[in-house]
Design a protein around this ligand. Structure first.
Ligand SMILES: Nc1ncnc2c1ncn2[C@@H]1O[C@H](COP(=O)(O)OP(=O)(O)OP(=O)(O)O)[C@@H](O)[C@H]1O
Ligand SMILES: [Mg+2]
Length: 300
């Protein structure tokens, strides 16, 4: 079982779209996949559940917020596995191929969890000195070490667009990191910063006596919303790829082209675009290549 976080500081770069489609495609290829929505915006959750289903079945007690709260409020950790749900519509499709796609849902109140976790560490930026530092950063890693999670081939975590406490618990739990980015100059700058912060977190964490070592590997940057119109695209892409190489961040060969027609409502009906019938051939090709390269790079 591999744990993979999909993250980037920048908002709106396609993290959730990538998580949902990669997860769906892997499940459709027969894998057992668990998605974890760590973003209070809950877009991943609403890719698979309607607002009504969410309000009725998930919000009262089955979102990741309840689990973090059990730590911050009671210091009495709940089990994580009982929060796992199996969204019905997509699973009707993928089970024919022997796959499964499960989800741990999110909710807006996860915003407050950030504040609560930071408060436990005194709310300052030199948290590494705090006695609860490791305990808190390992919350998710420890929970995912439970036996029940071994049934999955891969766990994909959709992170919020920040590097706050909840995102860090995901990084510490991860074997691999995937970084979606738009092919533009600001995004490459953002990745440089992200690279530094990841390095700092890993070093600080591994420097704390008694902490189990972590080594989350950046599998690569996936360029998303790529517009193939315009002659200078390849020149620019080469520049960005070279800039990322300089800071030792690899890139995927596979890219996701921009297609508002496909992705704008891709969660409608509980099934991400990757499994829609009538998907345009070029988008289907992108998604197929992406999943194949992901499997090859992570060896899941
Ligand atoms: N390849 C694409 N072509 C066109 N639109 C896309 C593509 N990928 C994502 N989008 C759209 O762009 C918007 C942002 O995508 P998404 O929600 O996946 O980004 P995100 O990084 O998860 O955002 P956030 O940081 O807010 O969580 C969504 O409306 C989505 O439908
Ligand atoms: Mg998102």
């Amino acid at each position: 079982m591999s744990v993979v976080s999909v993250l980037n500081y920048k908002g709106g770069v396609g993290k959730t779209t990538l998580t949902a489609n990669l997860g769906a495609d892997l499940a459709n290829r027969g894998q057992k996949v668990l998605l974890i929505d760590l973003d209070p915006q809950s877009s991943l959750t609403f890719t698979f559940y309607s607002a009504d289903e969410w309000a009725r079945d998930l919000a009262p007690s089955r979102t990741i917020r309840h689990w973090y709260d059990s730590f911050t409020w009671a210091y009495q950790m709940k089990e994580l596995f009982p929060l796992v749900t199996t969204p019905p519509t997509i699973n009707k499709l993928v089970q024919a191929n022997g796959g499964r796609l499960d989800l741990i849902a999110s909710d807006l109140a996860l915003v407050d969890v950030e504040l609560d976790l930071a408060a436990i560490l005194g709310g300052n930026r030199h948290q590494v000195m705090h006695p609860d530092y490791v305990k808190l950063y390992r919350l998710l890693a420890n929970a995912l070490a439970a036996d029940e999670f071994r049934q999955y081939d891969v766990i994909l975590i959709d992170c919020p667009p920040n590097f706050n406490m909840v995102t860090r618990t995901a990084v510490v739990a991860s074997d691999y990191l995937v970084v979606p980015a738009k092919p533009d100059y600001l995004s490459t700058l953002g990745i440089r910063y992200l690279r530094e912060r990841l390095g700092k977190l890993t070093n600080e964490y591994n420097g704390v006596t008694g902490a189990e070592w972590i080594n989350p590997v950046i599998v690569g940057v996936v360029f998303t919303m790529v517009q193939y119109a315009g002659a200078d695209l390849l020149v620019k892409l080469r520049q960005y790829i070279a800039q990322l190489k300089e800071i030792e961040v690899p890139t995927f060969d596979a890219m996701l082209r921009e297609s508002k027609a496909v992705f704008a409502n891709s969660g409608d009906g509980g099934v991400p675009a990757a499994l829609h019938s009538g998907l345009p051939a070029n988008v289907a090709y992108d998604l197929y290549q992406l999943t194949s390269e992901f499997i090859a790079k992570t060896r899941i």
